[in-house]
Design a protein around this ligand. Sequence first.
Ligand code: 5AD
Ligand code: SF4
Length: 468
Amino acid sequence: MKMPNLLDAKIRNESVVEYIEAEPLKDRDLFKGKTYFLKTYGCQMNVHDSELIRNLVEGLGFIESEKMEGTDLVILNTCAIRENAHDKMYGFLGRCKHEKDKNRDLIICICGCMAQEPSVCEEILEKYKYVDIVFGTHNIHEFPTMLANRMNKTDFEVESIEGNVYENLEYKRDSKIEAWVNIMYGCDKFCTYCIVPYTRGKQRSRKSSKILEEIADLKARGYKEVTLLGQNVNAYGKDLPEEELSFPELLLKVSDLGIDRIRFVTSHPWDFSDELIAAIASRENIVPYIHLPLQSGSSRILKLMGRRYTKEEYLELYDKIKNRVPNAAITTDIIVGFPGETEEDFLDTLEVVEKCQYDSAFTFIFSPRVGTPAEKLPDDTPLKEKEERLHRLNEVVNRLSLEKNSQYVGQVVKVLINGKSEKGENKMCGYTETMKLVNVEGATEHLGEIVDVLITDAKSFSLNGEIQ
Ligand code: 5AD
Ligand code: SF4
């Protein structure tokens, strides 16, 4: 298997994107009656990739099993964003080995971002001989061929063809109510801590006509919500010819298709234009929910991170959004303990968090990723201190979430009921337009509907309510 060299990523970025229509699946039913177990780690992009993998393997005749024990095929879709992702993968591989000892015909596959990292890929192929197939994020569509080859015990060589866009891919979507739609792949931002531009490759936007076709089809099939997906979703189109749509233009066209709710993740503040804010403000079905990663509140650290904005510029953008879309829920991602982060830098982060009153925030301790520039920066802050900062940050974040959620009590809000609640037998759950999870008594007959719910109670991570 040929894998790219991490340090070649910037050079690879100059290459031309090819748009390829994926071949329909051959050898349907080749594995009829066999079962597979799929485990997914990581972000929504990975979860959506797993929807593609599911469709491919089920097209070959496999049936999904809820547990690894006793299956014929195990697939692990990995994440590489932080170090603990490695630990999870190696822990899982230990369980796989145990199963393979019991069943020598078991086929074990590792894919996703971690498998795309050359050093990890080589290590697995060399040291973990019981793993049968390793593939990356760029060649998922070739998985059936790899499996078929493995079955016939012929040698296979898979080239990881990077940087192309495959169309006509079919997904086995988890939900019949909410769907993710990839509108672009990869990322060109090269934030100094981040592995994504290396594992997912350069930014490649899909053609707008293909995206609109896919969403029109989802609407026709009764989907109520789409989330436009990309690592840097609001940079959509910047890699396309001028006559193509910009992200705000695409958003308005998607809105015209009449789907009830449209979201998009993840946005980079640098690409958040006035035109985009105007588009969100102008349409009812573009929901007022914006994930706007801050990463750090210190301009000095933001510079070291290569984020392309200062604390002041971020706050200015935040104000602009809040002025035009006052009811917008804003959520964020924050990294503490970036190399060289001082107490003063950290206090800047806390200050921005207090100012922005985030609805919620994903918080992380910096994790050095091999091959990224930040891995080599001097870092003399002890882990214990970083953990304390994380703890202090989480206290503020959770307090703000609870305050925000408490403001909903007594209000009637629109909730898209999407499934059974984990909070009790007779409960269903769903999301508000602002992405708040609501548990509702009864409501089974409202699955897939947008209903009015009176909010009766608020917690940091969810709300309780009654159907009106
Ligand atoms: N260490 C810690 N957190 C990271 N993230 C990305 N890379 C790293 C890293 N090396 C976080 C960022 C990003 C989110 C998806 O994961 O906050 O927005
Ligand atoms: Fe990573 Fe996001 Fe920065 Fe891209 S914009 S390099 S995905 S953190």
